[in-house]
Design a protein around this ligand. Structure first.
Ligand code: LLP
Length: 511
């Protein structure tokens, strides 16, 4: 969820949700997820296509149910994800199973479930899939189950091969996958050998070809370059009598966290389709972040504040265990101020939340004033007006119209102006986890806040909750979906009792 979705009623709702369910709290804009999915579908609408949402970005069952209802397939990287997809109503024939390290038992279950295909990552894995398919066929025969249909689906494992095109996707090295130095996929020559092998096997059916060169991509060229290379390979296979049906272009499309310019979906589809002329393959794509990323907001409250000689720290109740991306990738999630302090909060002396929202830019000047001079309205899609408000330490929160601001990269103020302006103190927003990397933003211009103030980190819908952990024995947050007809809890906060129940039982049983 980004600030431009935050109309006054929405801000008030977020305050209520934080009050009802506590913080930290993940909140998702469900219609936004639906719009993002539909945009993908439309981009490829002139062509046979299957959008397989990548569950790793966010696998909450309510998110998956929504996508299932819109016709989504699923890209899964563990049998747990396959089971989640099925539970949410995504049919097996729309599920693909990818990942560089699949266990035998996972492959076996995937074959038994009759998913669409397995994306194979090495010759060794191909032979394991073949051996498992053979075992299953023999098991079935020995059980004397002669039903032709089930025999067919079990005997031949439908596979696709992940080809590594050795193309630099120009993204963060941790999420770059398309170079030979990365552990993913096989080179073009090995892929050819694998297809020839699979083609001759009685237990393998090669039906697709796959590539995925990285995540949070903002340049189209590496993607079309990869597609061209892989399409050429698929055409050369056709000449060898291997007729594939699915061209799987992976995921990876970036979103705007800060100032990135996302790839236009229409350009993306046209760019890819332009490499496939004369071929009738069904396009499979595996978007994750682009479907859910901008739908999510992580709500958190200020616990405490700390001033050292050189630094100001604003300590919030979300930590790197809740949202790991800043600590792991140095990622930036725009913080927005949604309320000053909770009503009747023991934490703050302030008279209550007010309906206002401010967005802070990490490049912001450290100047603000009680007039509007320090802020520019953040107006991507936001209709309305209002003045920037400096929240002085003891200032009564004004009954302002809801407005959304970001600090403006202003030119230097004139002497006359600057004399009336107070510097807006910069702060690091940090979590409570015992690691220095538990830092959300550094040196961000932030007005003085009361403890209890409500903040939100934007664009937390992808790889937020799904990468959360219980590090420091911190319970994972609750998740709420905002639907057109209201907000609903879609996952409860983990309880301490549930988290220790198993260990306690085992502890007692060992006495
Ligand atoms: N398909 C494959 C084979 C993948 O490896 C991935 C992501 C996707 C699809 C979905 O990519 P997306 O459309 O979401 O970019 N935790 C990192 C991102 C890791 C992505 C891993 N693979 C982050 O928070 O940025």
């Amino acid at each position: 969820m980004t600030a431009h979705h935050l109309l006054p009623a929405r801000i008030q709702l977020l305050q209520e949700l934080a009050h009802t369910y506590g913080t930290p709290l993940y909140v998702y804009d469900m219609p936004q997820i639906a719009r993002n999915f539909t945009a993908f579908k439309q981009a490829f609408s002139g062509r046979k296509s299957l959008i397989c949402y990548a569950l790793k970005a966010n696998s909450n069952l309510s998110v998956l149910r929504l996508l299932a209802e819109l016709g989504s397939g699923a890209d899964c990287v563990s049998i747990g994800e396959v089971r989640r997809a099925l539970l949410a109503g995504i049919p097996a024939y729309k599920i693909i199973f990818s990942g560089v390290g699949k266990r035998d038992d996972e492959i076996k279950q995937a074959l038994e479930l009759g998913i669409l295909f397995i994306n194979v990552e090495s010759f060794e894995e191909l032979k394991r899939v073949e051996a498992i398919a053979k075992e299953l066929a023999q098991e079935l025969e020995s059980k004397d189950q002669k039903l032709e249909s089930s025999k067919d689906s079990l005997q031949k494992a439908r596979i696709s091969i992940r080809v590594n095109p050795n193309i630099d996707p120009k993204t963060h090295p941790y999420i770059s996958t398309g170079l030979h130095e990365n552990k993913f996929g096989v080179d073009m020559d090995s892929a050819k050998q694998m297809y020839l092998y699979a083609h001759k096997s009685a237990f393998l059916e090669p039906i697709g070809i796959h590539f995925h060169i990285g995540s949070q991509l903002t340049e189209l060229e590496p993607l079309t370059q990869a597609a061209r290379k892989i399409a050429d390979l698929a055409r050369s296979l056709l000449a060898l009598g291997i007729n594939l049906r699915f061209f799987d272009i992976g995921g990876g499309l970036g979103i705007r966290y800060e100032d990135e310019v996302p790839i236009d979906l229409y350009d993306y589809a046209q760019g890819i389709l332009g490499t496939l002329s004369g071929c009738d393959w069904t396009i499979v794509c595996e978007p994750g972040r682009r479907i859910v990323g901008d739908s999510g907001l992580l709500l958190t409250r200020v616990i405490s504040q700390k001033h050292t000689e050189s630094k100001r720290f604003v300590i919030v109740d979300a930590g790197m265990n809740d949202l790991m991306r800043p600590a792991l990738y140095g990622a930036f999630h725009q913080p927005i101020l949604l309320g000053y302090a909770e009503e009747n909060s023991a934490l703050g002396s302030h008279s209550g939340d007010f309906v206002d929202s401010m967005v802070f830019n990490k490049n912001a000047p450290s100047v603000a004033s009680s007039q509007a001079t320090g802020f520019a309205m953040r107006n991507r899609g936001f209709q309305g007006g209002g003045e920037g408000i400096y929240l002085g330490d003891n200032e009564q929160a004004p009954a302002a119209e809801s407005t959304i601001y970001r600090a403006k990269p202003t030119p230097k103020p004139s002497k006359a102006e600057s004399s009336s302006e107070q510097p807006m103190p910069k702060a690091d927003i940090v979590g409570p986890v015992c690691e220095s990397s538990d830092t959300f933003c550094k040196n961000i211009a932030l007005p003085p806040l009361h403890n209890g103030a409500l903040l939100g980190f934007e664009n937390a819908g992808a790889y937020g909750y799904s990468m959360a952990s219980t590090y420091n024995a911190r319970m994972r947050p609750a998740e709420v979906g905002i639907y057109a007809d209201g907000a609903r809890l879609i996952k409860s906060r983990e309880s301490f009792e549930a988290s220790v129940a198993d260990e306690l039982a085992l502890l007692d049983s060992s006495k």
